[in-house]
Design a protein. Structure first.
Length: 402
């Protein structure tokens, strides 16, 4: 569906900084644990207003405009009717900022800047990850980061976070936890396999970084992307990519099956907790995030239960970790308010497929990739929603050509 357009000018350093800020201001470890909510709001507002002034687009996609207006009004009504103003205000605030950002920063631009930034973060994190394993004493020299009232072994390496208290080192990158890092890495890998001209070095770097997160979500999502890329429509460029991806799959399977049982245990051993009574098993948390918010959604499928009751359900039944974003949207806002962001997110992924098989796999990926993290109050996902909602003719209009 997409065709790359050669850049007529060098990418703006300022735009790189703005996209980087969007990535880390609501998903970065430091931002979440150190910065206040007001500070993060202010940074997000400054970022989006800056994009408005330097890259204002006069043409408006009517579909996205109507969806934004409808969701904004509906969420505000929810906020007025709810006892919880703060949480609803956060969603409304980031919804409008995401719309303005997606309106002024072209999707092609965003993908270019996002991919380059994630490549830098992946390389940097791999370097610090290797150092933390080879020279653990050096990690202790880095400044600690306070989290949940204590440092807990978290160390600040500027563009990466290292947790020295883990028995097995996991790659956090710059994000709040390894699973979140794996989501952003898989998104970068999606762009590399389905949008950009495939670069084998980047594919390998993103893949290795995903593996070092030791995230079940990350590894399975990466495998789904590999499989989907094998079914892309044939072309000379794709054939080379398919050969490399096939080799990576085969080598990965052989290595993990015959040489590294510890990796299998660390990543997929979590699945053995299904049916276990252990309180904080990862899989049990993920299943509860489906079961209990899903049950509440069925109790009020049209309007939703609202943020106040959702937070209580999350605390009482989900150990404060209701992690399935799509179900959370439906649970809080019902079908009326939840279906649009869900469809926007799904369409963002599916439209990268160029045939029915790749579209089906990418549809499954869109469900899976947001099943283990709660992005309801994060601006980044609403940017993807609005890119997903934009019309094809808008994407291919002259406004996107350089």
């Amino acid at each position: 569906m997409f065709e790359n357009v050669k850049q007529s000018k060098k990418p703006s350093i300022l735009l790189y900084l703005l996209v980087f800020a969007v990535i880390v201001v609501d998903s970065g470890f430091y931002a979440i644990n150190i910065l206040s909510g007001t500070t993060r709001f202010a940074i997000s507002l400054i970022v989006v207003l800056t994009t408005f002034f330097i890259s204002y687009k006069k043409k408006i996609d009517i579909r996205r405009f109507l969806c934004c207006c409808f969701l904004g009004v509906y969420f505000i009504i929810h906020m007025i009717a709810s006892n919880n103003i703060a949480q609803n205000f956060t969603v409304v605030f980031f919804l409008f900022l995401a719309y303005i950002f997606s309106l002024n920063i072209e999707q092609k631009q965003f993908i270019k800047y996002f991919s380059d930034i994630m490549l830098f973060l992946a390389v940097f994190s791999l370097a610090t990850h290797i150092i933390s394993i080879a020279f653990p004493a050096a990690v202790e020299l880095l400044p600690t980061v306070v989290r949940d009232g204590g440092s807990s072994g978290y160390h600040n390496a500027i563009f990466s976070v290292i947790n020295s208290s883990y028995s097995v080192r996991r790659n956090f990158g710059i994000f709040w936890e390894p699973g979140a890092f794996s989501i952003y890495l898989n998104l970068a890998l999606l762009f590399e396999l389905f949008f950009n001209k495939p670069n084998i070095k980047k594919i390998v770097i993103f893949s290795i970084a995903i593996i070092t997160t030791l995230s079940t979500l990350g590894v399975v999502s990466m495998a789904l992307l590999y499989i989907a890329s094998l079914f892309k429509s044939s072309s000379k460029a794709n054939k080379k990519t398919k050969i490399i991806v096939t080799l990576l799959l085969v080598c990965g399977i052989i290595y993990f099956l015959f040489f590294d049982a510890s990796f299998i245990e660390e990543v997929f051993g979590k699945l053995e907790s299904i049916g276990s009574n252990t309180k904080f098993e990862t899989t049990a948390v993920r299943l509860d995030a489906i079961k209990y918010p899903g049950r509440e959604f069925l109790s009020s499928p049209i309007w939703g239960i609202g943020f106040e009751k959702f937070l209580k359900v999350q605390t009482d039944y989900c150990r404060d970790m209701a992690t399935f974003t799509f179900i959370n949207w439906l649970c809080i806002y019902g079908v009326i308010g939840g279906i649009i962001p869900i469809l926007g997110t799904i369409r963002f992924f599916v439209k990268f497929g160029d045939n029915i098989i790749t579209k089906i796999i990418l549809f499954g990926l869109s469900l899976f990739i947001f099943s283990t993290e709660n992005f309801v109050q994060i601006m980044f996902i609403y940017i993807l929603v609005f890119y997903g909602l934009q019309r094809k003719e808008y994407e291919e209009s002259s406004i996107y050509s350089n």
